[in-house]
Design a protein around this ligand. Sequence first.
Ligand code: HEM
Ligand code: HEM
Ligand SMILES: [Fe+2]
Length: 474
Amino acid sequence: MASNHLKWESKQLATWYFTFAAIIFGAQLLFGLIAAIQYVMPGFLFEIVDFSIARILHINALVVWMVFAMIGSVYWLLPDETGIETVGIKIGKLLFWVFAAAIVVVVLVYLLVQVGPADETTIWFITEGREYIEAPRWADIGIVVVVLGFIGNLYATGMKGKPTGIVTVLMADMLAFAGIYLAGMFFTDNISVDQFWWWWVIHLWVEATWEVFVGAIAAYGLITMIGAHRKVVEMWLWIEVAMLFGSGILGMGHHYFWIGTPEYWWEIGALFSALEPLPLVAMFIHVLYDWGKQQGAAHQRGEEGSVITNKPAFTWFILQAFGNFLGAGVWGFFHTLPQVNLYTHGTQFTSAHGHLAFFGAYATILIGMMYVAIQGSNGIKVLKHTKSSIAAAWMIAGGVMGMTVALTIAGYVDVIVTRAQMGATWAGYFDGHSGMWMLQGMDWRLIMGVVTFLGFLFLIKDFLSTGKNAVHIR
Ligand code: HEM
Ligand code: HEM
Ligand SMILES: [Fe+2]
């Protein structure tokens, strides 16, 4: 990502964050492929990169690249929103290198050391063993320092420059986003208590703070790409903030059904998590409605419709609206009632939801922001689709959707054979997991994973070549 056209240092730093994010995204997919191959060929890389290690790398890389791309997105939009250079940008640049180096070390330790003695040294230097946020404690503390620096910059800039609604929401949201991370840092001997707090990080990230974050990014994108009215998008943004924080916090009950917490969580979790999709639906309708209105107004003026200044980014933003709705809203709602979750808990169905939700709600819009940065940093007035950008969108979105369908079908076998028919017994697990539909589901997941990865290669090819081929403003 060339950055010679950038007058803002903040945007330059954003491109560093996006570049690192894209690399880690690639690593995420590679380790996903290894884990998927191991479902089909259990001996694959046995005792070299075991399933447990491939899985850790796959889902931690997922979180890391998304966090990098999120910080990158904020550094990118700050000068546009506030009208000033980001305050403390030099510190921001230094912290980027600290962050990136720490991540590289953590990855190398996961790969080369893998396991430690079952005592404090493991927690401090190898892994904390908490799904998605397994980084050892030294890295945890490092991450807190880096993120505090980032938040300091965001607040200083927001207070010195023009505090738009988008920036104000981001200021509140990023603080909550970072604060929640602390809940995953301490350790208790009681596994129920430990799980209870662990969910605060993961659930309150993806179902509250990250959703609000993408709301803010979508607002920024709609304003810059199709000239949406700030008043309209910001109004929706505030409504979403209120609704998501409300339903998200108590909706967390859907993770408290079977971990040893009191039974009143069944009712609380059922009710509030069932309400969670509402803001997602609102967000979805709002994006399409705004766009329709924009087009209608243009027609009345006798024009073709508004010029979309960045087609690939806009495509990914629209994919986000659909993906968030389907992955979080539909696939999430599916298993959120305790009556259903009793059977679906921890099956391939969970994995189907996890893939479509993370991809649909977050990967999409963050890829969109990478395109926004490519346009800006190359000084391109209107960024059009290329063959590669179209292939990338089809293959990545189609691949993940294909994996989701395969996992959903496999999930049904899990639910019906393992749980319903065989009563979740040891024998039932093996029956369920050796059935034809399960085995074929795992084959198809792998095939669709390969399609996704090929799409990723097109994406990178496009990232590296779009800037060169496009018509520049200057
Ligand atoms: C973009 C937002 C969301 C993302 C990224 C997401 C992601 C995930 C992931 C990765 C898991 C698996 C966690 C694990 O490893 O144990 C999970 C579990 C779950 N999610 Fe979501 N989710 C989102 C939104 C929702 C919503 C809105 C609902 C409900 C309407 C929901 C319902 C559930 C339930 C019930 C589980 C537990 C599944 C089980 O018991 O096995 N999710 N989610
Ligand atoms: C090359 C494409 C991919 C392949 C082959 C793949 C494969 C896998 C495999 C085998 C697992 C372990 C499942 C298990 O423990 O049973 C997994 C977990 C997971 N993957 Fe992927 N994956 C891919 C892409 C993605 C993408 C694009 C995302 C999201 C953006 C994603 C998000 C996740 C999540 C959230 C989990 C944990 C699910 C859970 O705990 O239920 N993966 N993936
Ligand atoms: Fe949740």
